[in-house]
Ligand binder design. Structure first.
Ligand SMILES: [Zn+2]
Ligand SMILES: [Zn+2]
Length: 130
């Protein structure tokens, strides 16, 4: 591509990005800059050590660019990242990958929000979470 971008459309690129030092720095910055959001957005439990206990789910990868030298630029908007427990995160991804209605949704944000609602409903019926 002429502007030096190589998208991050494929899962392989995303997995590679999530191991990069640029993502780790972006992730740390998100937790530092959003102290009022140290709460899992699936089960709603607040975490005092959020940076260690919560993961960030991308509802949009638009801010992520791979450079020609193989490095990354991590310019996600704060609102494109949602904090979740590792387990809650995994349940969201399982639904996004396997749920008949969700896996073909074109908007990752839309699929994420529906998956969160479904996981939350399931947790509510299991353990009485609000
Ligand atoms: Zn959670
Ligand atoms: Zn995720």
């Amino acid at each position: 591509m002429s502007n030096g971008r190589a998208g991050i459309a494929s899962r392989a690129y995303r997995l590679q990005y999530l191991k990069s030092k640029q993502w780790h720095a972006r992730r740390a910055r998100w937790f530092d800059q959003n102290p009022d959001q140290h709460r899992c957005c699936v089960c709603k439990r607040e975490e005092s050590q959020a940076k260690r206990r919560l993961e960030l789910h991308h509802i949009d990868y638009r801010g992520v660019t791979q450079l020609l030298n193989g490095g990354w630029m991590a310019n996600e908007r704060d609102e494109d990242l949602l904090p979740m427990h590792p387990l809650c995160h995994r349940l969201v991804h399982e639904l996004m990958d396997n749920d008949g209605a969700l896996r073909y949704m074109r908007s990752r944000k839309g699929a994420t929000l529906q998956a969160i609602a479904k996981v939350r409903a399931r947790l509510r019926s299991l353990i009485g979470a609000r």
